[in-house]
Ligand binder design. Structure first.
Ligand SMILES: Nc1nc2c(ncn2[C@@H]2O[C@H](COP(=O)(O)OP(=O)(O)OP(=O)(O)O)[C@@H](O)[C@H]2O)c(=O)[nH]1
Ligand SMILES: [Mg+2]
Ligand SMILES: [Zn+2]
Length: 358
C-alpha cells in the first residue's frame, strides 16, 4: 500500500485539497501522460484517467492541464477516473512552446531537482551555453539545478570538462558519471533525498533514460542509439514518465528537446549571471543595456577579460528572449492569483454554511 506522503504530498497540497474536498473526491499524483491520457499514483494503487468535461470547458490556458508530477483531484468512475482539478504547483519546469506566440508549456510540476544532463561524447551534446539556458529555466521555475556530465568513459580529459562546467555553474553541484562504467552513479543517487522529485532534462541522446535505468536498477525506460553521422540522439523517449528509486526519491524522464525556449522573468538571470548582475550595479546609467553605453561596467568585464564574449552574448540573447515573453508570463501569474482568490471566497462561503454548535 502506498502512502501519499512518500510521493511528496505535504501540507501545501493538503490545505488546497481540504478546500475542495467532498464525497467521491480523492487525490493522486500524475506519473505519466500520453496524449491527454493520465496514469495516476494513488493510495489505492495506479489508475488511468482523463480530465472531466467541466475541467476541459473551464480551463483558461494549455499550461493549466495536468502534467507529470502534478497533484490532481479526481472522481472515480468504474475503472477509470475523471480529473476535476490540478492543485497549485510548488515549482514548474516550463518552456516557451516553440513558435512566434508566447505560450507556456509545463514539462513537469512539483519538482525539487532538475538534472541537466550533457554527454561528453565529443558531439554537440555538451555546450556551456545550453547549460546556462537550462539553469535559467530551473532557477525561474523554483527548482534546484544539478549538472550531470554523462559518458565520462568517452571523455579524454575529465578535469577540463569539470572546469568548463564549473565556469557556468558557480555553486551548483556537478556530477561526472558514466552508465557504462557506472562511475559516479552512486554519488548522484545519494544526492536525491527520500520523497524528493527529480526531473532529468537535456538534448536527445545524452543518456537520460540510460541514467534513469541505472538509478532505478531495471531497464524501465526505453533507450536508443545515436545517429552515426553527427552523434545526435534519435528522440527515443516520446513521453514524460515518473519512476521510483529504492531510496524513496522519484525521477521523471523527459524527451530530449530540439529547441528550448525560455519561459520566465528577467530576474532569474541575476542568479545565473551573478557577475554581470554585480557589475551592472556600477554602470553609469540605471537602465544600461550593457551594449554600447559609456561607463558600462559589464563592458569593462569584457575588456579586462574576466567575462567571456560567448557568455556575454548568451546573456544578451536570453535577456531579449525573456523580455519578449515577460508580459505573457505576468498575465498568467495574475490569472493564477485570480483563481486563488476565487477558491478562497468559495472556502469562506462553505465555512459559513457550517451550522454553529448550540
Ligand atoms: N559510452 C556511453 N554511452 C552511453 C552512456 N549513457 C548512455 N549511452 C548511450 O547513449 C545513447 C542514447 O541514450 P539514451 O539513454 O536513449 O538517451 P536520452 O537522453 O534518453 O535520449 P532521448 O530519449 O532521445 O532524449 C544510447 O546508445 C546509450 O547506450 C555512457 O555513459 N557512455
Ligand atoms: Mg530518453
Ligand atoms: Zn552596463
Amino acid at each position: 500500500m502506498i502512502t501519499i506522503d512518500k510521493l511528496g504530498w505535504n501540507s501545501f497540497f493538503d490545505l488546497q485539497f481540504q478546500a475542495v474536498k467532498s464525497d467521491g473526491l480523492s487525490v493522486g499524483r500524475v506519473l505519466k501522460e500520453v496524449r491527454h491520457q493520465y496514469t495516476l499514483c494513488t493510495t489505492q494503487g495506479f489508475v488511468e484517467g482523463e480530465v472531466s468535461g467541466h475541467f476541459h470547458f473551464t480551463v483558461e490556458n494549455r499550461s493549466d492541464y495536468p502534467t507529470v508530477g502534478d497533484w490532481v483531484v479526481f472522481r472515480s468512475c468504474d475503472h477509470f477516473v475523471q480529473i476535476e482539478k490540478v492543485l497549485e504547483r510548488t515549482s514548474v519546469f516550463s518552456r516557451n512552446r516553440s513558435g512566434n506566440k508566447a505560450e507556456e508549456q509545463v514539462i513537469a510540476a512539483n519538482i525539487d531537482y532538475l538534472c541537466i544532463v550533457s554527454g561528453l561524447d565529443g558531439g554537440r551534446n555538451y555546450t556551456l551555453r545550453g547549460i546556462e539556458r537550462y539553469i535559467t529555466l530551473a532557477v525561474d521555475g523554483g527548482i534546484n539545478p544539478i549538472i550531470v556530465l554523462n559518458k565520462s568513459d568517452l571523455c579524454a580529459d575529465e578535469d577540463i570538462a569539470l572546469l568548463q562546467a564549473r565556469s557556468v555553474a558557480e555553486d551548483i553541484p556537478i556530477h561526472l558519471v558514466s552508465t557504462v562504467t557506472k562511475a559516479g552513479i552512486d554519488n548522484l543517487s545519494m544526492s536525491f533525498p527520500e520523497g524528493a522529485s527529480v526531473a532529468f532534462t537535456g538534448p536527445s541522446g545524452v543518456g537520460k533514460s540510460s541514467l534513469i535505468n541505472c538509478l532505478v536498477g531495471t531497464e524501465s525506460a526505453k533507450t536508443g542509439k545515436l545517429r552515426r553521422s553527427d552523434l545526435r540522439g534519435k528522440h527515443t523517449t516520446s513521453h514524460k514518465e515518473l519512476f521510483f528509486l529504492q531510496s524513496g526519491a522519484m525521477i521523471i524522464d523527459t524527451p530530449g528537446m530540439r529547441e528550448l525556449q525560455l519561459w520566465g522573468s528577467q530576474n532569474s538571470l541575476e542568479d545565473v549571471y551573478s557577475e554581470i548582475h554585480e557589475a551592472a550595479q556600477r554602470c553609469r546609467f540605471n537602465d544600461c543595456s550593457h551594449r554600447n553605453e559609456p561607463g558600462c561596467a559589464v563592458l569593462e568585464l569584457l575588456v579586462d577579460g574576466s567575462l567571456e564574449m560567448e557568455r556575454y552574448e548568451n546573456y544578451l540573447d536570453l535577456h531579449s528572449e525573456l523580455a519578449f515573453i515577460e508580459p505573457k508570463v505576468n498575465e498568467n501569474k495574475k490569472l493564477v492569483r485570480k483563481a486563488n482568490a476565487k477558491e478562497l471566497s468559495k472556502l469562506i462561503r462553505k465555512s459559513q454554511r457550517i451550522p454553529k454548535r448550540q
